[in-house]
Design a protein around this ligand. Structure first.
Ligand code: TEU
Length: 550
């Protein structure tokens, strides 16, 4: 279809390696496990794999604290296994995108070890050192400044104290990062997912935020300059076969148009966070807030409209930082879970943008009813629990918030079969398998045409084959309906009507409800469409009984 970039009809699959598949029985996922499961990805039909970090790391933030950008952590396997993975993916026509985490390194990275060794070390200015801290608060609780005894100064870390922020104002830092990126492309990878890349430009001189860290370091003053320079230094000349996606917490639609406008040569698409912040109250993600469907529908529709002419959307429900969508946005009651998971998939994948499928989402995996803090592994949740309980919160309330929104919900092992440890490992997994693996696993689904897995595969194939799905204009219908998600995609004279019922009750819709579809002489004709609780029926053959008005 047209001269649209290849990724406008592609789907990306995210692998969180420590929880995907373990090949050596140490209880942690590894490259051998991924290589052994490539047929699963090929059957699903995905075009790209985004691989979360497998680099050398102390694992303080599960690999998002990197101590060597160009060597594989032995916990994930040997160097040559990565080359085998690249070859294995490429021979199946699947591209590989690596996770680029360059807002910060690990405090065990050699750059930081040199930087902290003395005030006049040549790499001192590769990080942010100050005599006095600002009032900034870390994503992982506490101050963003850690006092370093050796040289009597503080260093900046927006995340954990073992994740010192790189100083992107320093051209030597930028050059070192670009050189590393070029070497990864030369090794055969096909692009990057850029971790919190819109935080690399800080307002300088650094100053107190008075509670608004956003203004000091989100989408900072030089962010577009840095991204354009990266594009020129790393991607120019080979961008046609690559894909780049920037993780941009707190980005607005206006910012996203600038980041993803092809004419500006910055990134291809971004992960924005507006829809995954809707169920957070004013105190943040742990402050649970009910979400009504019209707000979710309106949010995605705003982004469809905002990037319709310029730029491109990524489409996601799940990733390694978010709770599982079927529990969060859908209905994970055993009787309804599969239909709900399929319906959420149908709605998301038929929007305009590049869909991302997070490992296990294609199986309809759910959140976990964590029993106690002993079941939790994530530094973000552990720090939050300690801080909240210290500040007087009821531990039961804190645990309820962690059960609803904790990142460990997405990090339990992928459920491959109903055997021991769900076929994830022959050892003791680093985090417990969700007990519902006996009902929810790949073995029970990959050969079942009515499974969640098969539904995802059909949606991915539809995007390959149908230019209206990939490129058609989007228009939301019935914006105020509390349980139906209706929209229409238009490309030339082709129209695709999507009707999804996100409830347990059957819904009657009349043409009058949809009257503004297609204008006068609506092609729907006088039909009453009784949409039952969809089991995710494919739009080309909607599972709706339609009866003519007599
Ligand atoms: O996440 C950045 C980010 O915005 C997260 O802090 C997110 O807002 C939070 O986890 C939601 O609860 C990236 C990575 O995806 C995350 O895994 C890392 O912990 C973080 O950056 C630091 O590298």
């Amino acid at each position: 279809a047209s001269d649209a970039p290849w990724w406008t009809s592609a789907t990306v699959y995210q692998i969180y390696p420590r929880s995907f598949a373990d090949s050596d029985g140490d209880g942690m996922g590894d490259l051998g496990g991924i290589i052994a499961r490539l047929d699963h990805l090929e059957r699903l039909g995905v075009d790209v794999v985004w691989l979360s970090p497998i680099y050398r790391s102390p694992q303080d933030d599960n690999g998002y604290d990197i101590s060597d950008y160009e060597r594989i952590d032995p916990a994930f396997g040997a160097e040559e296994q990565l080359d085998a993975l690249i070859a294995g993916l490429h021979e199946r026509g699947i591209k590989l995108v690596m996770d680029l985490v360059v807002n910060h390194t690990s405090d065990e990275h050699e750059w930081f070890l040199e930087s902290r060794s003395s005030r006049d070390n040549p790499k001192r200015d590769w990080y942010w050192w100050r005599d006095q801290p600002t009032d900034w608060v870390s994503f992982f609780s506490g101050s963003t400044w850690e006092f370093d005894q050796a040289t009597g100064q503080y260093y900046l870390h927006l995340f954990s104290r073992k994740q010192p922020d790189l100083n992107w104002e320093n051209p030597q830092v930028r050059e070192a990062v670009y050189a590393m990126m070029r070497r990864w492309l030369d090794r055969g990878v096909d692009g990057f997912r850029m971790d919190v890349i819109n935080l690399i430009s800080k307002v300088v001189p650094l100053q107190d935020a008075h509670g608004d860290l956003f203004a000091q370091t989100f989408n900072g003053p030089r962010i577009h300059e840095f991204l354009h320079e990266m594009h020129r230094e790393v991607f120019a000349g080979r961008e046609a076969q690559l894909i780049t996606v920037g993780e941009m917490p707190g980005s607005t639609i206006e910012q996203a148009r600038l980041y993803t406008d092809p004419a500006r040569a910055e990134v291809d698409m971004i992960f924005q966070f507006e829809h995954v912040d809707l169920d957070s109250g004013p105190l943040g993600k742990w402050d649970l807030r009910p979400l009504h469907l019209p707000r979710l529908k309106a949010c995605l529709a705003r982004w469809q409209e905002g990037l319709a002419e310029v730029g491109w959307n990524s489409l996601y429900w799940d990733n390694h930082d978010q709770p599982r969508a079927v529990s969060r946005f859908g209905d994970d009651d055993p009787e309804w879970r599969e239909r709900s998971a399929k319906t959420l998939a149908t709605v998301l994948h038929l929007h305009r943008g590049t869909p991302y499928v997070y490992q296990g989402e294609e199986l309809g995996m759910t959140n976990v009813a964590f029993g106690s803090l002993d079941d939790i592994r994530d530094i973000e949740s552990i720090n939050y629990y300690a801080e909240a309980v210290r500040d007087g919160a009821d531990p039961a309330d804190v645990l309820r918030s962690i059960r609803a929104k904790g990142r460990d919900n997405a990090r339990t092992p992928v459920q491959w079969d109903a055997g021991p440890q769900a076929g994830f490992t022959t050892g003791e997994p680093w985090i417990a398998v969700n007990p519902n693996f006996t009902e929810i696993n790949a073995a029970a689904q990959v050969d079942d045409p009515d499974s969640v897995f098969a539904h995802y595969a059909r949606l991915i194939a539809l995007r390959h084959d149908d230019a209206t799905v990939a490129l058609g204009e989007f228009r939301l219908l019935l914006p105020d309906h509390e349980t139906v998600w209706a929209f229409i995609r238009t490309r030339g004279d082709d129209q695709l009507l999507v009707l999804a019922n996100l409830s347990r009750e059957a819904v009657e819709l009349t043409v009058a409800d949809l009257a503004d579809v297609g204008g006068p002489g609506s092609w729907l004709g006088a039909e009453v469409i009784s949409a039952t609780a969809t089991d995710g029926g494919m739009p080309r053959a909607p599972r709706f009984e339609s009866t003519r008005l007599d």
